[in-house]
Design a protein around this ligand. Structure first.
Ligand SMILES: *Cc1c(COP(=O)(O)O)cnc(C)c1O
Length: 378
């Protein structure tokens, strides 16, 4: 089945008792048993829920995996992966990893004796020297947030020691643009809150893998710790998935046109967008992704927070808000919003300067988006 059909059909079957074409919202905490231990595969809502199972089957198919787990949020799903580790184990991750992922590793898991190295994955020797015989997890995003660098998934998987798991946070690309399991990753993580659900109305996370034993360990952690999504949120995510391909096509094409415009504007210093032929990893992006994504970051010639604020206040169709990946366009200021929890020195070293602005381009008409940006830049 092609991806565009999978989003509609994969893992979804009409409800056997009613024929309902849409997966019902099984809003129940428990399930009646015929005799102790004799049940229909569902015992208790933390452990199993049919709406959640349908969503998991869909997600597994979209990422070309065999197993998927849905969580209460993207970070709850990351938390489950980190709980695979033991004291003394080490993580290698990127300098511009999502702020919340950085915070989870550094403020919570480092307290339990897990050590993390944050390096630029574009620097092969830095990456190689961060990996050692205690490395058990390699965690990264591509495109990265908010600098939109592209990491070569296949290359990182080849560098990874045999006893280390490679987990790709595929939130920014979505499975429509790239499928890390096909390139050798062990686990794909999603904040389905973003492109997968796509309508800014749900918080949900997911893990997808191709290994039954790994899935069982993650499933055990999920059930033991309890970070599960509610059935209504699973339904909303399933509904959002159906339009993932058409939404991404439109959003990516809008983003390309906006990136080209920004580049010509005299107030703009630099535009970060992997769709540009002179983006350092453009050829890799072309090979690894279907389109170049719908996220753009740019800096201003006047590199101050004040100059950025002026634009952030003036846009009308681009709403000032955290998050990304919804049908509506958003504008954000990483230094004071998504990346505020990263110390200033590290933030600046990663390129997240005071004037850096991030756009999540939605699916509105591109002419309206362009005129909004034009009037805001003045
Ligand atoms: C939003 C986001 C997360 C966290 O997901 P939540 O659903 O908000 O918990 C993780 N990684 C990336 C890249 C994100 O954009």
């Amino acid at each position: 089945m092609k991806f565009e059909s999978k989003v509609i059909h994969a893992g979804i079957a009409p409800d056997p008792s009613t024929g309902a074409i849409m997966t019902p919202i099984f809003q129940t905490s428990t399930y009646v048993q015929d005799a102790p231990g004799k049940h229909k595969g569902y015992e208790y809502g933390r452990t199993q829920n049919p709406t959640r199972s349908a969503l998991e089957a869909s997600l597994a198919a979209l990422e070309n995996g065999t197993h998927a787990l849905a969580f209460a949020s993207g970070l709850a799903s990351m938390d489950a992966v980190l709980k695979l580790l033991e004291p003394g184990d080490e993580i290698v991750s990127t300098t511009d990893v999502y702020g919340g992922s950085y915070r989870l590793i550094v403020t919570l898991f480092e307290r339990y004796g897990i050590k993390a190295h944050f390096v630029d994955f574009g620097d092969a020797s830095a990456l190689k020297s961060a990996i050692n015989d205690r490395t058990r997890l390699i965690w990264f995003e591509t495109p990265t947030n908010p600098m939109l660098k592209i990491v070569d998934i296949r290359r990182v998987c080849k560098l990874a020691p045999a006893n280390a798991l490679v987990c790709v946070d595929n939130t920014f690309a979505s499975p429509y643009l790239q499928r890390p399991l096909d390139l050798g990753a062990d686990i794909v993580m999603h904040s389905a809150t973003k492109y997968i659900a796509g309508h800014s109305d749900v918080i949900l996370g997911a893990l997808i893998c191709k290994d039954a034993e790994l899935d069982a360990r993650l499933r055990f952690i999920q059930n033991a710790a309890g970070g599960v999504p509610g059935p209504m949120d699973c339904f909303l995510t399933l509904r959002g998935i159906k339009t993932l391909a058409v939404r991404m096509d439109r959003a990516c094409s809008n983003a390309m046109q906006i990136a080209l415009y920004l580049r010509k504007n005299r107030k703009v210093a630099q535009v970060y967008f992997p769709g540009f032929e002179d983006h350092p990893e453009h050829r890799l992006a072309t090979r690894q992704m279907k389109h170049y994504g719908a996220m753009i970051s740019f800096t201003l010639k006047e590199d101050t927070k004040r100059a950025a604020n002026r634009i952030l206040r003036r846009t009308k169709m681009f709403s000032l808000a955290e998050s990304l990946g919804g049908v509506e366009s958003l504008i954000g200021h990483p230094a004071s919003m998504t990346h505020a929890s990263i110390p200033k020195k590290e933030r600046m070293a990663a390129g997240i300067t005071d004037s850096l602005i991030r756009l999540s381009v939605g699916i509105e008409h591109v002419d309206d988006l362009l005129s909004d940006i034009k009037q805001a830049l003045g």
